[in-house]
Design a protein around this ligand. Structure first.
Ligand SMILES: [Zn+2]
Length: 146
């Protein structure tokens, strides 16, 4: 009986990278090497981003990485694509850098990374998009029907 109670009292431990339940040793922090490596790599990037004094080269590298991530998450280059902000953040997206910002008619801000766009939504959601005019695909506006 005592043993059972001990098990129930233990707080649930989760993988720091993917959030999966950990069943191993008490000091286990990740479910596998892949998660540990991914977490450490992102942690390094986060630290570097916070402490860097931004040279032109690092800014371009951050924008390139942001652009790549926006493109890879919005695989089909949809004009409107919803995603959890955390997903993008965990993948190494740096929200401090954009190439432009545009205020929509409803007052909300849309951020640009070249032709890729994102906008904050309630509940930690993001709306990704593509500015087709910037891609030269349409001649009239962003072509977005909200
Ligand atoms: Zn994991």
């Amino acid at each position: 009986m005592v043993k059972k109670k001990e098990i129930w009292d233990k707080p649930e431990r989760l993988c720091r990278e993917c959030g999966k339940k950990l069943l191993g040793r008490v000091d286990q922090r990740f479910c596998n090497d892949f998660c540990r490596n991914t977490y450490n790599r992102h942690e390094k990037q986060r630290l570097a981003a916070e402490t860097a004094d931004y040279t032109e080269v690092t800014i371009i590298a951050i924008l390139k990485n942001n652009h790549l991530l926006l493109r890879s998450f919005n695989k089909h280059q949809a004009v409107t694509f919803l995603i959890d902000k955390e997903k993008l953040y965990k993948a190494g997206f740096n929200f401090n850098f954009c190439t432009g910002c545009y205020q929509e008619s409803d007052g909300r801000l849309r951020y640009y990374c070249f032709e890729q766009t994102w906008q904050e939504l309630p509940y930690g959601r993001l709306e990704l998009g593509v500015d087709r005019q910037k891609l030269g695909l349409t001649s009239s506006g962003r072509g977005v029907q909200l």
